[in-house]
Design a protein around this ligand. Structure first.
Ligand SMILES: *[C@@H]1O[C@H](CO)[C@@H](O)[C@H](O)[C@H]1NC(C)=O
Ligand SMILES: *[C@@H]1O[C@H](CO)[C@@H](O)[C@H](O)[C@H]1NC(C)=O
Ligand SMILES: *[C@@H]1O[C@H](CO)[C@@H](O)[C@H](O)[C@H]1NC(C)=O
Length: 387
């Protein structure tokens, strides 16, 4: 009887210690519903856009530039949870609960579209991206066919990727790239200058596993993935078998807000980094302007993007306004929360509970044994009988 009481008491005690732990998606969502002033931290507005639909109304995003600060803010309680499309660095894993948001985020290389009636803001002939996009897609699909993306995820652990491909890679004849001599638009420029200019958001430190762009050269999964794609790109050749040859990556990173997508339109850059989230809004070219006519053309009543200091466009899905490569990778976006104070001073509380359990069991056990021995004694049986 006593024994059962003690056990139930201990179970209640353990439950009590655990009750504040947000270690599952439904618990986090419930908590946010009951605590609508909670903040969730994100590395970018795109990360927020990709999970917004599963968060309760009114939850405010907090944007933090570097992943380590994001993690520190989860740990010091200034935000309830963080969401990243990778994983926090391994050294923090013991102090965090990390769980899936249940959403696969697709990442790709974005380019300007070519000008047409659908894309009045698109690039004209000398900066056309059609040939370039075929070559980029061929390179991405080769990286995926060879499993290099998976190898890079293992090399840069902890990094989990989801194989979410949009271009079937096993038939490489689908990606027939133009001859080096005949390449047009941006591909022509890249091959002539032997340099590809790549637009990035930053420089930020998203962890040495995902991508730390504060060091030169940058380290982590995303920089490695871009290098692998460009390494495939160099070896590509059209029907005449002349390979594209040496190409170096020149990164152009910007923290400008609104994001200057027009860098893809005016030749500042040819492509974006491969980490861009497809399921996020495009809000205009982002060029500085004083009147609408400074802006890019648009399928809007005035024929131009509206100007309010910067050229803006009513939000549209990125795939409506830009050219996307085949998906470079998918990620299972993860939330992480702090392991509760009680639980994470953790180890020691568990140890205390175990001590109590052993003590109680010990008392019950020895009482039983002593009782048994007394019983045998009384019946005149030997106290100890080897088996
Ligand atoms: C929590 O950590 C962040 C990042 O290190 C820091 O900026 C902030 O001031 C801290 N807040 C508190 C309440 O300690
Ligand atoms: C490119 O081709 C060269 C020469 O054939 C080869 O050594 C290299 O491994 C190839 N690179 C890739 C990424 O396939
Ligand atoms: C593109 O825009 C940037 C920023 O306004 C400017 O510095 C650059 O010269 C422009 N590039 C071209 C080719 O016009």
């Amino acid at each position: 009887m006593n024994y059962f009481l003690s056990v139930s008491f201990i179970i209640l005690l353990i439950k009590g210690l655990n009750c504040q732990e947000l270690d599952q998606l439904d618990e986090l969502i419930d908590y946010l519903k009951n605590n609508p002033n909670s903040k969730i931290g994100f590395l970018s507005a795109s990360n927020y856009a990709s999970v917004k639909r599963i968060l309760p109304e009114g939850i405010k995003p907090a944007y933090i530039e570097h992943e380590e600060d994001l993690t520190k803010m989860v740990l010091n309680g200034s935000i309830t949870a963080a969401l990243v499309s990778g994983l926090p660095e391994a050294r923090y894993h013991d102090s965090l609960h990390i769980f899936s948001s249940g959403l696969v985020t697709l990442h790709s290389i974005l380019m300007a579209p070519d000008q047409s009636s659908d894309y009045p803001h698109g690039n004209s002939e000398s900066s056309a991206t059609y040939d370039l996009s075929i070559a980029i897609n061929a390179a991405i699909s080769r990286v995926q066919l060879k499993g290099i993306d998976k190898e890079l995820a293992i090399k840069n652990a902890p990094k989990e990727i989801v194989h979410a491909h949009t271009c079937k890679e096993d038939d490489q004849t689908q990606f027939a790239v133009p001859n080096k001599k005949e390449a047009k638009g941006f591909l022509r420029e890249i091959l002539d200058k032997k340099e590809i200019r790549v637009l990035g958001n930053g420089p930020f430190n998203w962890g040495d596993n995902d991508g730390n762009y504060l060091v030169d050269p940058p380290v982590g999964f995303y920089p490695d993935l871009l290098q692998a794609i460009i390494d495939e790109f160099k070896n590509m050749s059209g029907p005449d078998k002349e390979s594209y040859g040496e190409i170096t990556i020149k990164r152009i990173q910007t923290k400008e807000s609104p994001f200057p997508w027009y860098f893809l339109f005016n030749g500042t850059t040819h492509i974006t980094e491969p980490y861009f989230i497809l399921d996020a809004p495009y809000g205009g070219s982002g060029k500085k302007c004083s009147t609408e006519s400074d802006c890019y053309k648009a399928n809007l009543p005035s024929g131009y993007e509206p100007c309010s200091n910067f050229c803006r466009h009513p939000n549209r899905p990125r795939i409506f306004m830009l050219r996307s490569s085949c998906t470079a990778l998918g990620t299972d976006s993860k939330f992480y929360t702090k392991r509760g104070t009680k639980k994470s001073s953790g180890g020691s509380n568990t140890a205390l509970v175990l001590l109590i359990v052993f003590f109680v069991l010990g008392v019950i056990g020895s009482a039983g044994i002593i009782g048994y021995l007394i019983f045998r004694e009384r019946r005149g049986l030997p106290v100890f009988r080897p088996i």
